[in-house]
Write a protein that binds this ligand. Structure first.
Ligand code: NAD
Length: 372
């Protein structure tokens, strides 16, 4: 396992993974189209072009895949459209890039000679939708999506017939799958395509369901993904922060170095017991507490307010059960959220201030009926 193709290798995770793999002596080929949504300039390309075989190309183009897979031992397929809200109206593009690219790859591997032994897919916790909860009878439940009717009444939590709230608990890999956005549907379709076809080809599929990955290097210019980027860009531009719902919705944040180490270990490991792993911290943070910590760490004076607005397709809570991950990988040195956030803030402070595109994204999401 020495020659590795990383699609989306210039992105947040791909860039860090490329650095790790090349430092460990792997020969890395990158296939990335340097999407303008993510890359405001060619700095990532300039940084990586001398340590990798960088192909500027598109995972939706057969010839680009064919060129990129020559002589490779493994593929790490990261290239993707990633915005949950945006996926609900940019439907053909999201399906084409995420599902189409995976179908194209399998078509090529099935119908031509190749040397691929392993494919790693960056999937998402989004495939679970809401994930796992306990109801008032202490039974496991996997609630479906929240209705617009309830959300309009500001009833953001799941409530049973006795008016008691469901309690979110860690979501394990055997939980029900329930994609609630087109993005999550495409991630699950990618998984299914690999699970169905890889065994016929003698290729080992590894599916990593990442939670919210954060840390130095994440895109500050894309206003559609990642509340840490969105909130930080607001703070740096001295703009107030609007929190959707009531601010008590939670997310699981996992630090980039931990994600890179797990992804690397899953690439080199010869005896993994499972094909699918959650990759998260296992801890839930409320969106409000994240905004408040950022305000404190940036020593900012901006206001944080709850607007009670909501986005169609957003989940209320989800955090990872990492028992399976911990049984096959060393998770003992995962960075705490507080330390990771401080690293992130210190890095953001050194960046050129990015134009705040949040208002534009709000207008667009409102016009499309996603933000209400
Ligand atoms: N970052 C997270 O929090 C997170 C969470 C869950 C899952 N994931 C998954 O991990 C993967 C990587 O995420 P990331 O945060 O590094 O994303 P990113 O947006 O930073 O990077 C994606 C890269 O893919 C490239 N790309 C996009 N479309 C392409 C195309 N058609 N052809 C070639 N290249 C293309 C972009 O130029 C970019 O460099 C994605 O598959 C994403 O769905 C990420």
């Amino acid at each position: 396992m020495k020659k590795i193709l990383i699609t989306g290798g210039a992105g947040f995770i791909g860039y860090n993974l490329t650095k790790k793999l090349t430092s460990e002596g792997f020969a890395v080929t990158i296939l990335d189209n340097l999407s303008s949504k993510i890359h405001s300039d060619k700095s990532k390309y300039n940084d990586l072009k001398d340590i990798s075989n960088f192909i500027i190309g598109d995972v939706c183009v057969r010839e680009d895949w064919e060129k990129a897979i020559i002589d490779q031992d493994a593929i790490i397929h990261l290239a993707s459209e990633t915005g949950t809200g945006q996926s609900m109206y940019d439907i053909h593009n999201y399906t084409n890039v995420n599902v189409g690219s995976t179908a194209l790859l399998m078509d090529i591997l099935t119908n031509t000679k190749h040397s691929i032994k392993k494919i790693l897919l960056s999937s998402s916790r989004a495939v679970y939708g809401e994930g796992k909860y306990l109801n008032s009878d202490h039974k496991f439940v996997f609630p479906n999506k929240r209705s617009v009717y309830d959300l309009d009444k500001l009833e953001f939590d799941f409530i049973d017939e006795n008016k008691e709230k469901f309690v979110p608990i860690p979501t394990d890999e055997d939980s029900e799958i329930n994609p609630l956005s087109l993005y999550s549907l495409t991630k699950y379709n990618q998984e299914q395509i690999l699970e169905l076809l890889c065994p016929n080809l003698g290729v080992q599929p590894i599916i990593l369901r990442y939670q919210n990955v954060y840390g130095p290097g994440q895109s500050l210019s894309n206003p559609y993904t990642g509340i840490l980027s969105i909130f930080s860009t607001r703070i740096l531009n001295n703009n107030n922060i609007e929190i959707y719902e009531d601010g008590l919705q939670t997310r699981d944040f996992v630090y980039i170095d931990d994600v890179v180490n797990i992804t690397y270990s899953s690439l080199i490991s010869k005896n993994l017991k499972f094909s699918t792993y959650n990759v998260g911290s296992g801890h839930a943070q409320t969106v409000m507490s994240v905004a408040e910590k950022l305000k404190e760490y940036f020593k900012s004076e901006i206001d944080i307010s709850v607007s009670n607005r909501y986005r169609i397709g957003d989940i209320r809570h989800n955090f990872a059960d990492i028992s399976r991950l911990s049984s096959d990988f060393d998770c003992s040195s995962f960075l705490s959220f507080e330390k990771g956030l401080l690293n992130f803030v210190e890095w953001v402070k050194k960046q050129n201030i990015h134009k705040d595109l949040y208002e534009d994204s709000v207008d667009e999401l409102s016009k499309k009926g996603i933000l209400r």
